[in-house]
Design a protein around this ligand. Structure first.
Ligand code: Z5A
Length: 214
């Protein structure tokens, strides 16, 4: 049981162009109409230092970066984010909606870059202790569709420049994690149009809230 008054932590995950940011904003608009205070944030980023690290991580001009460096920079941004934004918000009773969190590190650095889940898990335990998202909404799309959507916005960032096999590995890791912990993860078919996907999110959200009250 959570202590009374603590907020809830909900993360939005998926490969590029899966539609998670679109759905996060849609759910946020719905929650703003009533209920507990909501904090909207993202990773990498969410703090001034984290946003600077994000710029560095996504800048194609940075060139080659060791996978270990990438993972550690992401966790450095996460350390700031947890201590300055996420933990205080949850302790104050807010509901935190976060665009990506540690599942993305398992998918992109653990599987995509091939660093392995064990190293990511070690950092997760060190930094987060027992903190895990209460609910992970995983938007699933085939990588070719996701990349097409993401690239329609223009220039590729450093990670979007990876080949399709990289995103296949990331997608498989996400789906594997969802299968292993069905209580916390909900997989949503992200290939449909935004309204249809939004209705799936509404149904899942309402059922999840009912489950919490039960
Ligand atoms: N990263 C990492 O490697 N390790 C980590 O631990 C973390 C992150 C935390 C930045 O993340 C990068 O950081 C990311 C992983 C890495 N890799 N890259 N590159 P990000 O979340 O900011 O970037 P992103 O995943 O590239 O975001 P995205 O492409 O914007 O994806 P999205 O949020 O899922 O999609 P969207 O913004 O909602 O939609 C993308 C476009 O598709 C947009 O034009 C929409 O209007 C359109 N769209 C959205 N939904 C639909 C539907 N349903 N149908 C048709 N079109 C749609």
């Amino acid at each position: 049981m959570k202590p009374a008054g603590r907020g809830r932590f909900v993360t939005f995950e998926g490969i590029e162009g899966a539609g998670k940011s679109t759905q996060l904003e849609r759910l946020h608009r719905r929650l703003e109409k009533g209920g507990p205070p909501v904090v909207l944030t993202r990773e990498p980023g969410g703090t001034p230092l984290g946003e600077r690290l994000r710029d560095l991580l996504l800048d194609p001009g940075v060139g080659a970066m060791a996978a270990e460096t990438e993972l550690l920079l992401i966790f450095a941004a996460r350390a700031e984010h947890l201590s300055r934004v996420i933990e205080p918000a949850l302790a104050g009773g807010a509901w935190v909606l976060c665009d990506r969190f540690t599942d993305a590190s398992f998918a992109y650095q653990g599987a995509g870059r091939g660093l392995g889940a064990e190293r990511v898990a070690a950092l997760e335990t060190w930094l987060q202790g027992a903190l895990r998202p209460d609910l992970v909404l995983l938007f699933d799309v085939p990588p070719d569709l996701g990349l097409k959507r993401a690239l329609s916005r223009g220039k590729r960032d450093r990670i979007e420049g990876e080949d399709i096999a990289f995103f296949e590995r990331a997608r498989s890791a996400y789906l594997q994690r969802a299968r292993a912990d069905a209580g916390r993860y909900r997989v949503i078919d992200g290939a449909a149009d935004p309204e249809t996907v939004g209705r799936q999110v509404d149904r899942i959200w309402d059922a999840w809230l009912r489950g919490m009250d039960a």
